[in-house]
Design a protein around this ligand. Structure first.
Ligand code: ZN
Ligand code: ZN
Length: 244
């Protein structure tokens, strides 16, 4: 499996990191997880291109995870692609209905299939996925792909989510802010380190990075390391990880 960070940023731009998007590829199958602002551009830079993404899996409906959905639809329509499947938590159907009501001229341009999923097991784009409800300011699902890859979506760090991720070769986890930012709905290194303490995880990548984290990576890693002794790194846009 190949996991590519298209966007490791968040709702406030850093100038370097685009909003959330992760490409998952295995055996000719391709799935885009989240589609925030800039992800369409990164897809093109990655060499995969919007023509080759016919399924999008959403963690939740905050703008930094869905902003490029309609631009993706329009680009696919212009390129002669006829199909797009969008899968996400409850409310995904009404989100798409509402977006298409605002941008009325996009109605009927693509054969659009929208499917809502709940915590548990399901299949998408040929991948078997488990979903787990996170702790965030909107309903949000974390996704796990077998023993290979887990993505936290947006979430506070907590034991339930760490349990859900345990045993993954790769965990990509929200770590929005450094420790001196008082925040709910997202982790800081301290809360993430506490939640991960003692877990068996191959490697952890930190993502959903706000500008507050710029220049503070070393201290963030040190903070996590006081609680959790595993391999932890920062996600970077357009980096691909191969995981077996
Ligand atoms: Zn969010
Ligand atoms: Zn977000």
């Amino acid at each position: 499996m190949r996991v590519t960070f298209l966007g490791s940023g968040s709702a406030m731009p850093t100038g370097e990191r685009f909003q959330t998007g992760i490409l998952v590829q295995e055996g000719g199958r391709t799935l885009l997880v989240d589609c925030g602002s800039g992800v369409l551009h990164r897809l093109q830079q990655s060499g995969v291109g919007y023509e080759n993404v016919s399924t999008v899996l959403l963690t939740h409906h905050h703008l930094d995870h869905v902003a490029d959905l309609l631009p993706l639809m329009k680009a696919r329509w212009l390129a002669g692609e006829e199909h797009l499947e969008i899968v996400g938590p409850q409310g995904t159907k009404s989100l798409l209905d509402d977006l298409l009501e605002v941008h009325e001229y996009m109605q009927g341009k693509l054969d659009l299939q929208v499917r809502e999923v709940v915590p548990g097991e399901f299949s998408v784009a040929g991948f078997d996925v488990s979903a787990y409800e996170t702790r965030h300011s909107l309903p949000c699902l974390a996704y796990r792909f077998g023993d290979l890859f887990t993505f936290s979506g947006d979430s506070e760090a907590f034991a339930g989510l760490a349990n859900f991720a345990e045993g993954s070769a790769i965990l990509v986890h929200d770590c929005s802010f450094p420790d001196d930012v008082d925040v709910s709905n997202h982790p800081t290194p301290e809360t993430l380190g506490k939640a991960l303490a003692g877990r068996e995880i191959g490697r952890v990548y930190l993502t959903h990075l706000y500008p507050h984290t710029d220049g503070r990576h070393d201290e963030m890693l040190e903070s996590i390391a006081t609680q959790y002794d595993g391999d932890v790194r920062f996600a970077e846009d357009l980096t691909t990880i191969s995981v077996e």
